[in-house]
Design a protein around this ligand. Structure first.
Ligand SMILES: [Zn+2]
Length: 266
């Protein structure tokens, strides 16, 4: 697909302590540590930042890690993150609300995913269900997969504006569908619509999602001078949107079969 020529798509370090989607994924409350001290609001129309759209000044700012990156856990995390072969960056909802632009009017893909506990390793990994085109060994063993729906979004308050993928489980997907079918808030990617989004984990391991529509014209006044995206920026981001093949990868049926035999009771 065409890639950016004018907008930096620098990949930012993943904040993997935060969760991606999901209605049930365990959530670490310290999730924002890595990014929490980053100055926000670079799109804000501050008197000291008269040149709009010039992001080079921000890019030149040295990045200072705010936490220790020592240890094998860090090694495992970074190794995992960098070996995925060009997956798009996930947009992670956190308790700290941010303003995003949703670039799709509906999910660009909905797929189905299993989560398998590897008791020996103490890990939990996702595997995409192959039921749509083959017999799925994980389903055959009785594991229940869950739907995941993907949307392209831009965090308008981020230092580096880039398209990321928001993945919604059934709970968040239902919230978005309700907005998408309400005249007042549809389509989700309407030019004058932004979204204030956050999520907090509830005690029962479910998530509390907050998605509030915000009018573009209210951004500057209500959100500390935050400037809406320009038409050029929107065009650019729309041309960079991810598609199904960027986000959904499948393991072979044999691999899934081995996995099912090893980790799922028959
Ligand atoms: Zn399956």
């Amino acid at each position: 697909m065409p890639r950016s020529t004018t907008i930096t798509r620098t990949r930012t370090p993943r904040d993997t302590n935060a969760y991606t989607d999901t209605d049930t994924t365990a959530f670490d409350d310290g999730a924002n540590e890595a990014t929490g001290s980053t100055p926000r609001g670079s799109r804000r129309a501050a008197a000291s930042a008269p040149v709009r759209g010039n992001r080079s000044a921000r890019v030149a700012e040295p990045v200072k890690p705010t936490r220790s990156r020592a240890g094998w856990g860090e090694f495992d995390k970074k190794k995992e993150e960098t070996s995925s072969g060009g997956f798009p960056d996930d947009f992670k909802l956190t308790p700290q609300a941010v303003i995003v632009k949703i670039l799709d009017d509906e999910p660009f893909v909905t797929y189905v995913q299993h989560w398998i506990d590897n008791v020996k390793k103490g890990t939990r990994k996702s595997y995409n269900c192959i039921t749509e085109f083959d017999e799925c060994p994980l389903c055959a063993r009785g594991d229940k997969p869950r739907a995941r729906s993907c949307f392209n979004v831009v965090d308008v308050e981020a230092d580096n504006l880039e398209v990321k993928v928001l993945t919604a489980g059934p709970q968040l997907g239902t919230i978005l569908k309700n907005f998408a079918t309400d005249k007042k808030t549809s389509p989700l990617n309407r030019a004058d619509l932004y979204w204030r989004v956050s999520a907090v984990q509830k005690s029962n391991n479910n998530m509390d999602y907050t998605f509030l529509p915000v009018k573009a014209r209210d951004l500057e006044a209500d959100y500390d001078g935050l400037v809406p995206l320009t038409d050029e920026e929107l065009d650019q981001f729309e041309s960079e949107c991810f598609t199904e093949e960027d986000v959904v990868r499948y393991d072979s049926r044999q691999d899934l079969k081995d996995l099912a035999e090893e980790y799922l009771d028959s």
